[in-house]
Design a protein around this ligand. Structure first.
Ligand SMILES: C[S@@+](CC[C@H](N)C(=O)[O-])C[C@H]1O[C@@H](n2cnc3c(N)ncnc32)[C@H](O)[C@@H]1O
Length: 342
């Protein structure tokens, strides 16, 4: 089933919209091991042990629908099993949270890269990727400049700031084809690392970076939930990865692990930028607030300020994504939110 290919670039036929991903979803369905199935089954029962599962389950299905409507692959359309009476939406959603799904997807993308030079999906589209890269660079420059001004009690020169930013250590978690890092390189960042738990993603990202003239970007296979990285980064990017993690059948638990891990990966004073179409800005703020509360309840108050130290603090979000009005409320399909690590 994993045999769908893009037509050659000089073909008269337009490329199909999402064939690789669709095939990958079906392949992932075939490839899901008994272990994955039992993890999925266990996780639903873990949720039940927490008490009411209805909200989480509904939220999970809703999230999957939103994601599938962004540009997550059309996994749903090819998956029609209703095994064990499970709602097929739940199974479809959980596929997007599984490594087997992504492995199959990147195997397709790699084959398309080798045959036709295609880079694969740009999640949320090129415009969002370019916007978030440029916006992040400006944000980092602003944060860096105000920090310097606070330290030196004087204004700093913006040309110098850009130069200094180039040395910032940047990590993109769940980097996929790594194109966001290439975009950040165009913005002047040069100390760039991308990780993904799918080996195929990393091979694809390395191939694309070399081909496009960015051989110095580092790529590593790493599961952010059990990261082997023992260093911290001044800027951590996530575009669509928390979304995917949240769709694991054990999503709520995995999200807690995600925040734990990410809070260890961002250096003190460093910045985390999450781009999501699964969560609104306010939902991400709430999740961070929950993390802060959990952490502070375990720590003592700062003797000087009398406040409990927070882990992440909201700094800004992208305001230029197109918005839609629904039920009198304005919103956008994608949000990018930045937090500063204490
Ligand atoms: C929606 S894709 C986004 C890819 C890329 N960030 C982009 O914007 O093009 C989600 C990515 O997260 C990766 N991923 C999911 N769970 C992960 C985990 N626990 N650790 C590392 N990568 C993960 C997947 O392999 C996939 O590449």
């Amino acid at each position: 089933m994993a045999g769908v290919r893009w037509p050659p670039e000089d073909s008269d036929l337009p490329p199909p919209r999402v064939p690789a991903a669709t095939a990958a979803a079906a392949a992932a369905t075939e490839m899901i091991s008994d272990d994955d199935r039992s993890v999925a089954a266990d996780s639903w029962s873990i949720k039940s042990e927490y008490g009411s599962t209805l909200d989480d389950e509904q939220r999970h299905v809703d999230a999957a629908e939103v994601l599938l409507g962004c540009n997550f692959p059309a996994a749903a359309s090819d998956y029609s099993s209703d095994k064990d009476g499970t709602d097929s939406n739940e199974v479809e959603a959980s596929l997007l949270g599984l490594l087997s799904y992504w492995d199959a997807s990147y195997a397709e993308d790699l084959a398309n890269f080798h045959e036709h030079g295609h880079a694969g999906e740009i999640w949320f589209g090129n415009e969002v990727m370019e916007t978030v890269a440029a916006w992040t660079k400006n944000l980092c420059a602003h944060v860096y400049q105000s920090q310097k001004e606070d330290d030196n009690n004087c204004t700093s020169d913006s040309g110098r700031t850009s130069k200094d930013l180039s040395g910032w250590s940047v990590l993109d978690i769940g980097t996929g084809n790594g194109l966001l890092l290439q975009e950040l390189a165009k913005q002047g960042f040069s100390n760039l690392t991308g990780t993904d738990y799918s080996e195929g993603a990393i091979v694809l990202a390395q191939n694309l970076a070399t081909r496009n003239g960015y051989p110095n970007i580092n790529f590593l296979v790493d599961d952010v939930l059990e990261t082997k990285l023992d260093r911290k980064f001044q800027l951590v990017m996530d575009k669509g990865t928390l979304d995917a993690i949240g769709l694991h059948p054990d999503g709520p638990l995995k999200r807690i692990m995600y925040w734990e891990s990410v809070s260890n990966l961002v250096a003190p004073g460093g910045i985390l930028v999450i781009t999501s179409c699964n969560n609104t800005k306010d939902e991400l703020l709430q999740e961070v607030e929950n993390l802060n509360q959990k952490k502070t309840s375990m720590q003592e108050l700062d003797p000087e300020s009398g406040n409990a130290p927070v882990v992440f603090q909201y700094i800004d979000h992208v305001r230029t994504y197109p918005t839609i009005m629904f039920g009198g409320v304005e919103g956008s399909r994608v949000c990018s939110v930045a937090f500063r690590r204490s």
